[in-house]
Design a protein around this ligand. Structure first.
Ligand code: IMP
Length: 456
């Protein structure tokens, strides 16, 4: 298998976990490159449910190597808890899980700062997962972060921790009027974590590049998604890392010339957790139906997900900024009971003489006030979960998928119709290559025309 990056094309929770789990069988290394334990996917292992937040899902595949790259922020306590959960199921991580010595740590003061800052923002809060992700990345960029390598050196770790706790406590007391942290207790606790993590910590840039030199294949598992990316997402309602495909290079030390393909995962509709603009959101019975049928509740926080129609503007942008070579559509079965299905091809911008945008505006004002322009197609009203080949899908389902494919400008390679591995339809690779040539990601001529037509 070539070296592939799997990325989310919407606002997360697209079902990347299942796709990574499927592809992990054919890969040798499964690598996380950004985010932290804000991510979450549910794995069924020997009939038992296990939710993974940091460790790649390949851990349950015998003989695979799982890597947490330098771009990930690691909460040592959360990582150790996850390791214990895995080992409780009889799977050892020794020799199959490695953590970058350059990965930055999430420490208790990061969570405290985030909690207070979110409270302070009131209605404008980001709606984070509360894991301390943002403050940990902020420290990294401010050059006061503490890395795995630093945790492995007790004296250096204590010095850095002392300086940071001093500064963080001052901040927490003066600005937020809350209690700070005690150095000795935190130092002791984290030295205990260091001892347990030591065998896993290594220079993963060497590990991964050596693996490629030996002809091994790497699967890069993106967390969150393109529109939560700190550069390309709906800023400031984003996460604090590079969740798009480019992050795979920065977050692992594997150069762009060594990556062969980028697979974008999109739900057949759209969901979002937390605050921020969502043009196709359905605040009505239809939205509730999608939420119930898709069981749209967060795997990490349990929060209900906001639901809406598929947004081709969103996914087309993702196709471009990730350089997608193929698209995976998940949860098609959730639409089985819809009489008609809509998908958005453009945004009518407020107060701009009816101007229709076919690209994501950077302006939050424009995005918050725009009206989606929809195309409507008939539903298929038959169950799709048991269908195993593309040709056997109802004609209306194929029409919908092909309309989405044209609007996004990227060939669909896989369609998922349920949570189980076998509930997946693979399209013939040769046909996909033909479609790829016919629908270049960088071109939006077709979609722009479609949006204009839909807008009348
Ligand atoms: P943070 O990553 O905890 O800082 O949260 C920032 C934003 O990203 C919030 O809107 C979260 O709900 C969202 N977010 C973070 N991780 C995920 C995820 O794995 N799936 C969906 N949304 C996420």
């Amino acid at each position: 298998m070539p070296n592939i990056v799997v990325v989310g094309t919407q606002w997360g929770d697209e079902g990347k976990g299942k796709i990574v789990d499927l592809l992990a069988e054919r890969a040798d290394y499964i690598v996380r490159y950004q985010g932290g334990h804000n991510a979450g996917h549910t794995i069924i292992y020997k009939g038992d449910v296990c939710v993974l937040h940091l460790i790649p899902s390949g851990i349950f595949h015998p003989g695979k190597i799982c890597v947490i790259g330098n771009g990930v922020v690691v909460d040592p306590a959360a990582l150790l808890a996850e390791i214990s959960e895995i080992e409780r199921r009889g799977v050892s991580v020794r020799g199959s899980l490695f953590v970058s010595d350059r990965a930055h740590l999430i420490l208790p003061y990061h969570r405290a700062i985030e909690r207070e800052s979110e409270k302070h923002k009131g209605a404008r809060k980001i709606g984070t997962t509360g894991r301390g992700i943002g403050p940990a990345y902020a420290d990294k960029v401010a050059r006061i972060g503490i890395r795995m390598a630093d945790l492995m050196e007790p004296k250096l770790f204590r010095d850095r921790l002392a300086t940071n706790i001093d500064e963080m406590n001052e901040f927490l007391r003066q600005i937020f009027k809350v209690k700070g942290f005690e150095l000795d207790a935190m130092y002791k606790e984290y030295c205990g974590h260091a001892d347990r993590l030591r065998p896993l910590v290594t220079d993963t840039t060497v590990l991964l590049n050596d693996a490629i030199d030996r002809g091994k294949s790497l699967l890069f598992e993106g967390a969150q998604a393109t529109h939560l990316d700190v550069d390309f997402g709906t800023y400031p309602y984003v996460t604090s890392s590079s969740a798009s495909a480019g992050g795979a290079c920065i977050g692992t030390g594997v150069g762009p010339t060594r990556i062969d393909a980028v697979l974008g995962v999109a739900k057949a509709y759209t969901t979002r957790v937390g605050s921020g603009p969502f043009p196709t959101e359905l605040n009505n019975a239809q939205g509730q139906e999608l939420q119930a049928a898709g069981r749209e509740f967060g795997a990490t926080t349990g929060r209900p997900r906001r639901c809406g129609w598929f947004d081709a503007v969103l996914v087309r942008t993702a196709a471009r900024v990730n350089g997608l070579t193929g698209l995976v559509i998940t949860k098609l079965d959730v639409l089985d009971r819809c009489r008609e299905i809509r998908f958005c091809t453009g945004y009518r911008l407020h107060g701009m003489g009816g101007k229709i945008a076919t690209e994501m505006p950077a302006s939050m004002t424009a995005l918050e006030s725009c009206q989606p322009v929809y195309e409507t197609l008939p539903g298929w009203l038959v169950p799709t979960t048991q269908i195993r080949t593309y040709a056997k899908l109802p004609k209306a389902a194929r029409t919908y998928l092909e309309a989405v494919e044209r609007a996004v400008g990227c060939p669909i390679e896989l369609v998922s119709t349920g949570s189980k591995r076998e509930e997946t339809i693979e399209r013939a690779p040769r046909a996909a290559a033909r479609r790829r040539r016919a629908t270049p990601v960088s071109s939006n001529r077709i979609t722009t025309r479609a949006a204009r037509k839909a807008a009348g």
